[in-house]
Design a protein around this ligand. Structure first.
Ligand SMILES: Nc1ncnc2c1ncn2[C@@H]1O[C@H](COP(=O)(O)OP(=O)(O)OP(=O)(O)O)[C@@H](O)[C@H]1O
Ligand SMILES: [Mg+2]
Length: 1024
């Protein structure tokens, strides 16, 4: 707190020291303060600006955090530099001189490496090993490493080692995933060792490099795009690497000075942002009339600020104007007026081999375009660009302060001069990295622009707080994330119009949160990952879709966000293990550290906008702002530690959060599996599958159950919970029936496996549902022999085991099979035996086995059988009974089932009015609850009754509509409706085949009965 008080005192704002202290603002949270925070604690507007500016001017990086003791996984760029010919040096020099030279060499290396944010891990003789990305990641680690490498080569060459001698180094740089930290022990033995390919590769690349050059690997090359000039050295065989490694020599910085152009090469067409572009175009028209304008574009990294600015530049390319572009750079935040200097050099057309005179001529020509009087402007700006003016101009003899004032004035006059000639479009990019003098200049430009023909576009990330908001000629655009529809479109653009497997596209849409850069990079990574095959117009998955890895190109920038909060990283890691969202209560219980520490850490995560907070502790909920930040936090944890965290989560949930355990067994399964509690994880997968089944979420059920089976398959024989295996297979059979169709081969296979298990473990209680499911499978496939045989097995099982319910169910399905085969006499006899199914106890057992109530259903079948045998009155009586039974159960599915029989019986009885009334009810009920099968049958019955009532035209249309339901899912069905029963309507299913036959018969108006299984299986259609 004392430090803060002193800092405020220095700013002349000591009066706030107490307020800062009262609000627990210490140096660790200073950089996280926002304008809003300061306002809340009562800092006035002007002072807020001062404080925020002072915070921005604090060394952006602050002191480098001390390397952490705990090992972690992270992407790292490793630089290895080695001295050339040191043996020769040692023979030539006196050991004392050599020692001095080596000292200077080491200091020089350390200085250059640290200047670019690297960490010197070790000196190995004449070699230096340095890391970029540890202990703190930056989004441009690879770039910094190369800059350091180039600077190191030049600096070492410039060391004074006596007359005629020169030191030379070779530099190798490689990037990859490593484990870094204390791998050996604790405390004193801490070595910051790295395990992974990158250090090895960097050292081998160094050996390959020519003296005075920097050689990089493919991983590094991908990250630095067009920022440098390269010479491809081809693929080289390297000891220890099975495949040849592509390598490049870095020749120097490239001429491209827009980071956007250098790093974002592959461009997809612009999506959305119409309003923003319209606003920019509108401002442009305004400035042409003399009303200058400033548009601020703010947004998180990768959201599309540069893209929007570039789009404005493109759109205006045909309108005569002068374009000025200035780019701030992360490496030049302390370099006064860097953006202006580099722009002027570019505009003047300076070349590396120009003489001083040539440069001066070029500069004069450039300045003359805007300025009539060059006498002061040229010496000032030439000085800025380090161009000697010789004696062409009188010396200026100014104090540094005066010189700065005049230089800024000259630059402003330059802009005014240009704007007087033509409208000016000026883009000032990445102002969050601006140097203080440029900010001073920009302040003046913003003021001055109001009355010039200038449109000034300024882009920056949210950490920059502009002081210009509120002025009448300044507009702020805050770019938001892309909506889901545009995310999907963007994926398609990146893939070149080829669709990705739905599951992958969904993952990308969800995990990228609408940040265009994330969408681009994740999609590219997926395409390059080898998990897809190119099928011409789309990509197919080669196998099960894994969770997508974080793209290498995003690793550093995501980690950088976390590393800013090094002391509370563990909380971020625990949060990441808990999921995208977690409650205050849960993380407090899992973290097992004092509550005030948990609260402090969470407050910091929220302050840094890594997580959002909803509500106030202890009822607060937290959500990672980006799914990828959550992934990044999680990815840094070592495997063993991950296991520990998940184990802690699982046990905490079980002991303290029974409601979560009950409601989210899939979450428990995840934590248990990650903790290595496989047996428990299987049990939770089963529960979660059964829960999904009960909610008719069939696809989810299949996924959960299959994951349970996979876990089991990987467990050793001994502690394997075999009972779970049987239950998983049974549940999977039911879920697959719904998800893939009753007749899908995978359903049959699953049921066969389950039955074998039930027999092996002698589980008769499980056998009955399996027999019933198997009967359904074969019945729908019109495999009636097999269906009958299963019904007989059920009857036999009931008899031998004295299981009355099994026996009755056996009679029912046997009778139904006979009915479908057209064996009405046998069907009647069997269905008349089913009375006992009325018993409430039997009904309760059946409810877990069959969808429609078997008693009401058996009555329905019996009624129609009787009617078709000519016993119309008995049929009607039975069907009335069936309907009142169904209605009494308050079970819509059973009511629909029975209504379909009611209509058929009434049609057979020649009662079209009644049939029509019931058909209408059936259609309405099916629509309401989503029963496509019954909807189709309802429409058919309705059509038939209309035809019988003499409304042939309407009847035919209705029949056609109904029959279409059996060929393809009815388009007007709601999604819920289709998913509830449409599996039966998959093209290969028996009912579907019957539908097609029936509908083709309808088309040919054939009323002739057919024989055999087809005839019997489509008996309802035939009747119609
Ligand atoms: N609306 C969009 N349509 C299509 N592509 C987009 C869109 N917005 C951004 N992109 C693409 O996303 C990537 C990131 O955009 P851009 O570089 O403009 O982000 P940024 O906000 O400037 O990020 P940074 O803060 O890192 O500079 C680029 O490749 C860009 O072409
Ligand atoms: Mg940008």
């Amino acid at each position: 707190m004392q430090q803060i008080a002193e800092w405020l005192e220095k700013l002349g704002l000591g009066q706030y020291a107490q307020r800062f202290a009262e609000n627990d603002i210490d140096p660790s949270v200073l950089r996280d303060l926002t304008d809003h925070d300061l306002e809340k604690i009562g800092v006035s507007l002007g002072h807020r600006r001062k404080i925020l500016r002072a915070i921005a001017e604090l060394d952006e990086l602050g002191p480098r955090p001390a390397p952490r003791a705990e090992a972690e996984r992270r992407q790292l760029t490793v630089l290895f530099a080695d001295l050339v010919g040191s043996t020769a040096l040692s023979t030539r020099l006196d050991p004392e001189d050599l020692q001095e030279i080596m000292g200077a060499y080491h200091r020089c290396c350390a200085e250059q490496i640290e200047k670019f944010g690297g960490f010197v891990a070790r000196y190995m003789g004449d070699g230096v090993l340095a890391y970029f990305g540890y202990p703190r990641a930056d989004e441009d680690d690879a770039e910094r490493a190369i800059c350091a490498g180039l600077a190191l080569v030049a600096a070492v060459a410039g060391l004074d080692v006596g007359p005629g001698a020169r030191l030379r180094v070779r530099v190798g740089i490689a990037t990859g995933l490593v484990i870094v930290g204390d791998l050996i022990g604790e405390g004193a033995s801490q070595q910051h060792e790295v395990v992974g390919e990158a250090p090895n590769l960097a050292s081998r690349l160094q050996a390959l490099a020519e003296p005075d050059t920097v050689v990089i690997d493919g991983g590094t090359r991908r990250l630095v795009g067009g920022l440098f000039e390269y010479l491809a050295l081809g693929s080289v065989s390297i000891r220890g690497f099975s495949d040849p490694v592509p390598v490049w020599r870095v020749m120097g910085a490239s001429a491209v000075d827009s980071r956007f152009e250098a790093l974002r090469v592959a461009r997809t067409p612009l999506l959305g942002r119409d309003e923003e572009i319209e606003l920019l175009m509108c401002r442009w028209q305004q400035i042409k009339r003399g009303d200058g304008s400033v548009v601020l574009i703010s947004g998180e990294p990768g959201i599309g600020k540069s893209r929007l600015a570039e789009t404005a530049v493109e759109r205006l390319s045909d309108d005569p104007h002068i374009r000025l572009r200035r780019f701030c750079s992360p490496h030049h935040q302390d370099s006064a007026l860097f953006p202006t200097i580099s722009q002027l050099e570019r505009a003047a057309g300076f070349r590396r081999d120009d003489t001083d005179q040539q440069r001066l001529d070029k500069l004069e020509a450039l300045l003359a375009e805007a300025n009539a009087d060059l006498s002061e402007a040229v010496p000032l700006i030439a000085d800025l660009l380090s161009v000697p003016i010789g004696n062409h101009y009188p010396p200026l003899n100014l104090t540094p302060q005066k010189r700065k004032e005049k230089t800024l004035g000259a630059l402003l006059a330059q802009l005014e001069g240009l704007a007087a000639r033509r409208p000016v479009l000026m883009v000032f990019e990445d102002v969050h990295w601006i140097d203080p003098t440029s900010l001073d200049l920009l302040d003046r430009i913003v003021d001055r622009v109001a009355t010039l023909r200038v449109l000034l576009i300024i882009t920056f990330r949210p950490e920059f707080v502009p002081a210009w908001i509120g002025r009448s000629h300044v507009t702020l655009i805050s770019l938001s994330r892309l909506p889901r529809r545009q995310r999907a479109e963007m994926i398609m653009r990146v893939t070149g119009g080829k669709a990705l497997p739905q599951e992958i596209a969904e993952q990308i849409i969800d995990r990228t949160d609408g940040v265009p850069l994330f969408i681009e990079e994740l999609t590219k990574t997926v395409i390059e990952s080898g998990i897809l095959t190119d099928a011409g117009d789309r990509f197919d998955a080669r196998g099960p879709v894994p969770r997508l890895a974080i793209p290498t190109s995003l690793q550093a920038s995501l980690l950088a966000r976390l590393d800013r909060l090094a002391p509370v990283r563990e909380m971020a890691q625990i949060g990441a293990a808990l999921g995208r969202s977690f409650s205050h209560e849960l993380i407090s219980a899992v973290a097992a550290i004092p509550q005030h520490e948990v609260d402090g850490a969470l407050a910091q995560l929220v302050g840094a906008e890594l997580v959002f907070q909803r509500g106030t502790p202890p009822d607060a909920e937290y959500t990672f702002k980006h799914a990828l930040v959550q992934d990044a936090a999680y990815s840094t944890i070592l495997r063993g530690r991950r296991q520990q965290i998940h184990a802690r989560v699982a046990t905490t949930l079980e002991s303290q959060f029974p409601e979560i355990v009950a409601a989210q067994p899939q979450l428990m399964a995840h934590h248990c599996a990650e903790a290595g509690f496989n047996g428990k994880a299987v049990g939770y997968r089963l529960k979660s599958g059964q829960q999904a089944l009960a909610r008719s979420a069939m696809t989810e059920a299949v996924a959960q159950l299959q994951r349970g089976l996979e876990l089991l398959a990987n467990m050793p024989e001994e502690p394997r919970p075999v009972q779970h295996e049987l239950d998983l297979q049974i549940a999977l059979g039911r879920a697959l029936m719904a998800a893939r169709g009753y007749s899908a081969p995978v359903v049959g296979d699953t049921l066969v496996r389950a039955r074998a298990l039930a027999e092996r473990f002698d589980r008769p209680d499980r056998l009955v549902p399996l027999l019933y499911s198997q009967w359904g499978f074969h019945m729908v496939r019109s495999e009636h022999e097999l269906a009958v045989s299963l019904a007989e097995q059920m009857e036999k099982f009931g008899e031998t085991r004295k299981d009355q319910v099994a026996l009755l169910l056996g009679h029912y399905i046997h009778g139904a099979s006979c009915y479908f085969r057209g064996e009405f006499v046998t069907a009647r006899a069997l269905l008349e035996l089913c009375d006992g199914l009325r018993d409430p106890a039997a009904r309760a057992i059946c409810a877990a086995i069959a969808v429609a109530d078997p008693y009401a259903a058996s009555l329905g079948h019996l009624a129609l059988t009787l009617a078709l045998l000519g016993h119309i009155d008995q049929g009607r009586a039975r069907v009335d009974e069936a309907l009142s039974e169904a209605r009494g159960l308050d079970h819509p599915f059973t009511v629909a089932f029975v209504l379909s029989k009611v209509c058929a019986v009434e049609a057979a009885a020649g009662l079209p009015h009644d049939a029509r009334r019931h058909a209408e009810e059936l259609v309405a009920l099916s629509n309401e609850h989503g029963f496509p099968l019954w909807l189709g049958l309802g429409l058919l019955q309705h059509g038939r009754s209309l035809t019988a009532l003499g409304q042939a035209q309407d009847g035919l249309a209705m029949l056609a509509r109904g029959s279409r339901c059996f060929v393809l899912p009815e388009p007007s069905c709601t999604r819920r409706a289709r998913s509830a029963f449409s599996p039966r309507l998959t093209p290969r299913s028996g009912i579907c085949r019957r539908g097609r036959i029936a509908s083709s018969r309808l088309r040919s108006s054939s009323r002739r009965p057919t024989s055999g299984p087809v005839r019997s299986s489509c008996i309802d259609f035939e009747a119609i």
